[in-house]
Ligand binder design. Sequence first.
Ligand code: ZN
Length: 93
Amino acid sequence: MGRKHRRSAEREVRDVTHLANGGAQRVTRRGGEWFVRDIPAHRAEKAYRCPDCGGDIPPGRAHVVAWRADHLFGDSAAVQDRRHFHGHCWRLA
Ligand SMILES: [Zn+2]
């Protein structure tokens, strides 16, 4: 029963990810599971603040967006909570 439940939960996660952010990659990082996606320069339309270094990510700068795969309130809450990181900051952490 445990195994069956787990499989359907994983399929659900994939569906949500596909809907909200096609092409996201699931990784283990910082003691948790994350979805991470590269934002290419031409898709970077807004300015963000990198939570790692506190520096700006100006519009037009390629970067990384990441959100928890194991968010307490589920995948849509996690996507709402997504953070934008400098690519190098994300990879260093
Ligand atoms: Zn940074």
